[in-house]
Ligand binder design. Structure first.
Ligand code: HEC
Length: 124
């Protein structure tokens, strides 16, 4: 009986903790693909190191500018995000293949990538 109750609890917790992941629309993907950081130096790093995964729906990476993907991550705080970017995190490779990136570079990249890109008219 006890096992049964525990199993039921676990199932409830799981259901509560794993909401259906939001999927970006085609419009949101193309907005992500065309957005660039304003700072040319950061834009260069971004195009070299981060854009490939972070604008690809086929990857599990949070899509650039797509709020539902970034909101829960931002709640960890910037320091944690920078640390995860520096050290790697699950399928995210350490420094996102930018071996010469400083923490400051990573933070600027993350700030850009996690800033919501407003959905345009054709984003249905
Ligand atoms: C090879 C693909 C790949 C590259 C290149 C890449 N990322 Fe990622 N990134 C991922 C994936 C996949 C995740 C999601 C990891 C997870 O939560 O499962 C992720 C997650 C993140 C996160 C969120 C970490 C967290 O704590 O939730 C940040 C921040 C991030 N990437 C920053 C960057 C930056 C900055 C660059 C470029 C310097 C970059 N990524 C390049 C694949 C990549």
């Amino acid at each position: 009986m006890r096992t049964l109750i525990m199993a039921a609890c676990a199932a409830t917790v799981l259901a509560a903790c794993t909401p259906k992941p939001a999927t970006p629309t085609a419009g949101q993907i193309s907005a992500a693909e065309t957005a660039l950081p304003a700072d040319p130096q950061i834009a260069k790093i971004y195009q070299r190191s981060c854009i490939g995964c972070h604008t690809a729906v086929s990857s599990t990476a949070p899509i650039v500018g797509f709020a539902p993907a970034w909101q829960p991550r931002l709640q960890q705080g910037m320091a944690t995000l920078v640390q995860h970017a520096r050290e790697g995190y699950k399928a995210m490779p350490a420094k996102g293949y930018c071996s010469d990136c400083s923490d400051q570079d990573l933070q600027k990249l993350i700030e850009f990538m996690s800033t919501t890109i407003p959905a345009g008219k054709d984003n249905s």
